[in-house]
Design a protein around this ligand. Structure first.
Ligand code: ADP
Ligand code: MG
Length: 323
């Protein structure tokens, strides 16, 4: 069983950022309004995710680390599980199998919190402790028992930047939730959960960038577009910052990238690297989600209509701005 978990871990967790991704998704699924991510040394030696969500009931704490725990804990037919980010039920089993993991969790209705410690997926200690409602995972010494994985790790700076990018995207995708990212004891950024995307952009990327963004929205044929795009005059290094959310999830998509390029192409003062945060809400049947297991890459069934919507909406706004 532990070997199977270790093999599965190769697919689910390949670096500190993927541990953070799985644990943050669980915190979101747990209806948290506040999520704190703390790492040390790029997450290689220490990752802590603290949330104020529903917690794990004391009778489920150990089951949560079994593979495919999801269906054992949740009723798969309930709407929550259909809308949730987690569906495979193997993240916790996988992460636990390749680390030293500590969990503290408490539901609102229980009196005490449960502390559980696992080494390589084996429970070493369980006790009651005092703690507020919610859940906190500490993942120490990731891959301590899979030395070959450690070789694929990049520098602390690079691993930290992967995690920082990831949390930025979560914060932008869920503007009504507060996120805080702390690395080696320093707060890198934090968002308030005030629902304002522009405020989040200011908190994450700086006030200067936020001041240079323009907002435009459009609804057409069941598709709703909201875009925060850089003014044609904003010039910015050589790093492309274009982030897309479709139906609330961060995605990668070529059609949207092409649409942005086309919209900016028409401008006289060409901004080589426009910054764009695109939020698209479309009927679920317009998306083919089954092309990538992590569901980051998506394909549209009506790509040309979506492209057209983005190109014209952005182009019109940019032309208006350029007058
Ligand atoms: P999945 O997310 O696919 O269900 P995981 O292995 O990620 O599988 O998590 C297993 C289960 O543990 C979840 O279904 C959930 O019931 C519980 N769980 C994990 N993290 C949290 C959390 N932060 N708050 C509450 N419950 C959690
Ligand atoms: Mg999960």
């Amino acid at each position: 069983k532990f070997i199977a978990n270790k093999i599965a871990a190769g697919e689910v967790v390949d670096r500190p950022a993927s541990v953070v991704k799985e644990l943050v998704e669980n915190a979101i699924d747990a209806k948290s309004s506040k999520i704190i991510v703390e790492i040390k040394e790029g997450g290689k030696t220490y990752i802590r995710i603290t949330d104020n969500g529903v917690g794990i009931h004391e009778s489920d704490v150990e089951i949560a680390f079994e593979r495919h725990a999801t269906s054992k804990i949740r009723n798969v037919s309930d709407l929550d599980s259909i809308l949730s980010l987690g569906f495979r039920g193997e993240a916790l089993a996988s992460i636990a199998s390749v680390s030293i993991l500590e969990l503290i969790t408490k539901t609102r209705s229980s009196d005490a919190a449960t502390y559980l410690e696992l080494h390589g997926g084996v429970v070493r200690e369980r006790k009651e402790v005092g703690s507020p409602s919610g859940t906190s995972f500490v993942v120490k010494n990731l891959f301590y028992n899979v030395p070959v994985r450690l070789q694929f790790m990049k520098s602390n700076v690079t691993e930290t930047s992967y995690i920082s990018d990831l949390i930025s995207k979560f914060a932008l995708a869920y503007p009504d939730m507060s996120f805080r990212f702390i690395s080696n004891g320093t707060i890198i950024f934090s968002t308030s959960g005030s629902s304002s995307v522009i405020t989040n952009i200011a908190n994450i990327y700086g006030k200067e960038m936020a001041r240079n963004m323009i907002y435009v929205s459009k609804i057409r044929e069941g598709m709703a577009l909201q875009a925060y795009i850089s003014k044609p005059t904003l010039s910015r290094g050589n790093k492309q910052l274009q982030v897309f959310f479709v139906n609330g999830r961060y995605v990668k998509n070529k059609i949207i990238s092409e649409a942005i390029e086309e919209a900016y192409k028409t401008l006289v003062t060409i901004n080589k690297f426009p910054i764009c945060f695109i939020y698209l809400n479309i009927p679920p049947n317009h998306i083919d989600v089954n092309i990538h297991p992590t569901k980051t890459e998506i394909r549209f069934n009506n790509a040309s209509a979506i492209k057209e919507l983005i190109v014209t909406t952005l182009k019109n706004k940019l032309l208006e701005e350029n007058l």
